[in-house]
Design a protein around this ligand. Structure first.
Ligand SMILES: Nc1ncnc2c1ncn2[C@@H]1O[C@H](COP(=O)(O)OP(=O)(O)OP(=O)(O)O)[C@@H](O)[C@H]1O
Length: 621
């Protein structure tokens, strides 16, 4: 099955706005600032509003409103200097982990001026600055997310041994409008950006995709990779980032199913989604004659990409149908397109510093954050449509079976429907690559849907309507409980932080662990339990003589569904015919003979027409 099978599914059908939180930087160990005006940026009691006192007359043009004395900005949450890393995680990353396991892409984007605490928020402090007593307490959002992800992975795999969750990590930076792989930084080669793919997304080609088995290992390689990032000592930050760093975590869930009707177990990708955690370079406009040419050039490129980011957000916040959004005008916005276009669950963390840094810089950050708040989103789950179809079929079959058993009878058409659908699924699963197979798959899905759409199940005088015509039902909001209690998170972090801090990592060791993944393997049989299993519990509710129901079910299945499959077959053939063999589809050319690159099936999907499978009323037989 190709990546195209994972079609976006609206989660809960809700539209919302981007979630935006503001974090005020914590206390300074030493004075590094150029100006100290803490009283000019105030946080109001409800901790959702920031007020900024008007700066001097000469700089008033920064604000659109020239008459304000104190400008107020509203956000989802404002964290003061005393907020802990765990507080910030609870309000940002914790929910995203649950979403990613549902198949929804997530993104945390840290934006703010230099030294305002973006890297601190994402990764935590430098090793030397960590508290020796409790290093886990200062861990940033990324380590917390990893610990959380592995806890959920373990729980899911224990609950259902046929389910496998694979977590991969990619770390790259955008420096001077070029993309560099931080897992193989020694090569110094920039990566090509490929795309747009079928879903309109761009991705770095040939990037190292690191398969991680434990949170500790993931943090180890992440720290090593982050050390390769380009930094520069500046007036305000000893280690100021000169590039935008993107940490991508891919979560791929697969399910192995053995049906009686099939000889081979069916291993299919079930859901796949990515979480992006982005540490942007500082948004300052430093113009110091003492800076080197290179540093000035870096600054220009950083400003260009951040300016484009602002334009993208502005275009999205006033979005009208067909309005151009300038994603392609910088490498950063190209790569983050799927995080901003409304299909992902994205959280903006705007970092401010009231003790160092000018009011203007804080206003600039807050203005950007405010415009993000206006961007509306409608997150989509990357789920396998065929899986859902099969799931629905199984659920319907099971419901009837239970009903029949409740009436003291047995369902004679055991596995009948599955038996005939399965060859199609298996045939289709063999097909890899893009192109042809995507179309065939779509035709196949339409056929099954058309067939199921025509199914009528009679129950006495009235029609029995099977629950679950609304697709969103299959993507439960809280599936299973993905929130980790604070204490549990803290305990697990402590367990993985200590050993990770004292390891030495060489490039050789990194490369030993490194491999690349083939792009675009997916497919899947749905896990009915994880998908909410709403239908698993559903029973035909209206009473009716069992025989009539069984007769009706058999008639519906055998005479209505299969004849539609047979439509394309030569006349006279009794058995459902498999779809024609797929044309070999072109695979992406690979440099250095490597298998095709990272960026698995999950992310970046355009909204597509949603289809639902209904059991509709038909005239009596
Ligand atoms: N909330 C905080 N509490 C304590 N120290 C902090 C906090 N935020 C940042 N710092 C410290 O401030 C310094 C600068 O922070 P950091 O490097 O995260 O800033 P940045 O926004 O990423 O800067 P740049 O854009 O220049 O890379 C670091 O030494 C960091 O440990």
């Amino acid at each position: 099955m190709t990546a195209s099978t994972n079609r976006p599914v609206t989660v809960g059908g809700k539209r919302d706005n981007l979630r935006v939180v503001v974090r005020m930087r914590g206390p300074h160990a030493q004075t590094t600032g150029t100006s100290t005006e803490p009283e000019k940026v105030t946080v109001h009691d409800n901790r959702t509003t920031v007020g900024v006192v008007r700066p001097s007359k000469e700089t008033i043009d920064v604000s659109e409103d020239k008459s304000f004395k104190e400008k107020l900005f509203s956000f989802d949450r404002v964290f003061l200097e005393d907020s802990s890393q765990q507080d910030v995680y609870d309000a940002t990353g914790a929910d995203l982990v649950g979403r990613v396991f549902q198949g929804v892409n997530g993104c945390v984007l840290c934006y703010g001026h230099t030294s305002s605490g973006k890297t601190y928020t994402l990764l935590g402090p430098e090793q030397a600055a960590r508290s020796q007593e409790d290093p886990a307490a200062s861990e940033g959002l990324v380590p917390r997310t990893l610990v959380h992800m592995f806890a959920v992975k373990e729980r899911l795999e224990q609950a259902d041994p046929s389910r496998t969750v694979d977590i991969h990590m990619l770390v790259y930076e955008v420096y001077m409008e070029k993309v560099y792989d931080l897992f193989s930084a020694t090569t110094g080669k920039s990566l090509d950006i490929r795309g747009p793919d079928k879903r309109g997304s761009f991705y770095p080609h040939g990037i190292t995709n690191h398969y991680v088995l434990r949170a500790e290992a993931a943090m180890t390689v992440l720290r090593a990779a982050a050390r390769s990032r380009r930094e520069q000592r500046t007036k305000r930050n000893q280690r100021s980032s000169r590039s935008h760093m993107i940490i991508q975590m891919d979560v791929i869930q697969t399910k192995t199913v053995q049906w009686k009707a099939s000889k081979q177990p069916l291993v299919r990708q079930d859901r796949a989604a990515s979480l992006f955690m982005v540490d942007l370079a500082g948004s300052e406009t430093e113009d110091d004659a003492a800076l080197s040419d290179l540093t000035r050039a870096e600054g220009r490129k950083i400003r260009l990409s951040l300016y484009t980011l602002k334009r993208v957000v502005a275009a999205l916040s006033h979005r009208k149908r067909g309005k151009h959004v300038p994603y392609r005008e910088s490498v950063l916005t190209k790569l983050l397109k799927h995080c901003l276009d409304g299909t992902s669950q994205t959280v903006i963390v705007a970092t401010c510093d009231r003790n160092s840094g000018s009011v203007l810089e804080n206003i600039s950050t807050l203005n950007f954050a405010q415009s993000c708040k206006k961007v509306s989103i409608s997150p989509k789950a990357n789920r396998n449509e065929l899986s859902e179809l099969l799931e629905r079929t199984i659920r319907e079959r099971d419901a009837w079976k239970r009903f029949a058993e409740g009436q003291g009878d047995t369902l004679r058409l055991k596995d009948g429907l599955l038996k005939d659908i399965l060859p199609y699924l298996e045939e289709e699963a063999k097909v890899k690559g893009d192109g042809e197979s995507g179309e065939r798959e779509a035709v196949f899905i339409q056929r099954i849907q058309a067939a199921l759409g025509g199914l009528t199940v009679q129950s006495g005088e009235s029609e029995l309507q099977t629950a679950g015509d609304d697709r969103s039902e299959y993507v439960p909001e809280t599936e299973p409980d993905h929130k980790l209690p604070r204490e549990e998170m803290q305990k697990m972090l402590r367990a993985v932080t200590e050993p990770a801090m004292h390891k030495q990592y060489s490039d050789r060791r990194l490369s030993q662990k490194t491999f690349t993944l083939s792009r675009g393997e997916d497919g899947g049989v749905e896990d009915t339990q994880a998908a909410g299993d709403g239908g698993g519990a559903e029973q035909p509710t209206r009473s009716n003589p069992v025989r009539r129901l069984l007769l009706c079910f058999r008639n519906s299945v055998t005479r209505k569904i299969f004849p539609q499959f047979r439509d394309d077959r030569p006349e006279g053939k009794g058995k459902a015919e498999k779809p024609p063999p797929a044309e070999p589809s072109p695979t992406r050319p690979e440099p250095d003979g490597a298998s095709s690159a990272a960026c698995p099936a999950a992310p970046h999907q355009h909204a597509e027409e949603q289809r639902s499978i209904t059991i509709s009323k038909q005239p009596d037989q």
